[in-house]
Design a protein around this ligand. Structure first.
Ligand SMILES: [Zn+2]
Length: 169
């Protein structure tokens, strides 16, 4: 499933500065985000068809209330990725464990993680902070250092070895 152009345009409009407001992106796409203190420790969150409370999309995202903020933000982004890319692959709800594994294939989960990273750490915003460490970038983007490390590893080399000069592109 491809993300439709309108959804991408809404997302880009909300990726003008850091930290990316992931809840605003969920809201503009018509999803409701809930925090639940009743999700077990091994569960990061879920995406649920929710006609009653799900908002215009009729989908809700539920994240584990006790998780650190950076983790909740990543879970929202990950579930949004499932909504945008994979909602034809499950019926009522999709539950992700703490390692973002679900009933979906590993390759589908990897796709959701990579899309989530694009949502929270878009390349055009990373390019505005040349020369910053992973720790500094993680703080600015409100993501975990682990998530930022993985993101930088998957971007082309020139971004990783940026000097303090602004990129000319
Ligand atoms: Zn997942």
């Amino acid at each position: 499933m491809k993300v439709d152009k309108d959804a991408l345009a809404f997302i880009r409009r909300l990726q003008k500065s850091v930290p990316v407001n992931i809840e605003a992106i969920a809201a503009v796409l018509g999803l409701t985000v809930w925090e639940s203190s009743r999700l077990p420790e091994g569960i990061a969150g879920k995406l649920k068809r929710d006609i009653e409370n799900g908002g215009p999309s009729q989908f809700s995202i539920i994240v584990r209330a006790q998780d650190p903020l950076v983790r909740k933000r990543f879970t929202v982004a990950h579930e949004l990725a499932h909504y945008l890319l994979h909602r034809h692959l499950f019926t009522d709800e999709l539950v992700d464990d703490a390692l973002y594994r679900s009933t979906l294939k590993t390759s589908v989960e990897a796709e959701a993680n990579s899309f989530a990273a694009d949502l929270l750490m878009p390349r055009h915003l990373l390019e505005q902070y040349p020369g910053k460490s992973i720790q500094e970038l993680a703080f600015l983007f409100k993501v975990s250092e682990q998530a930022m490390g993985i993101r930088l590893d998957t971007l082309p080399i020139q971004l990783k070895s940026m000097s303090n000069e602004p990129l000319s592109v």
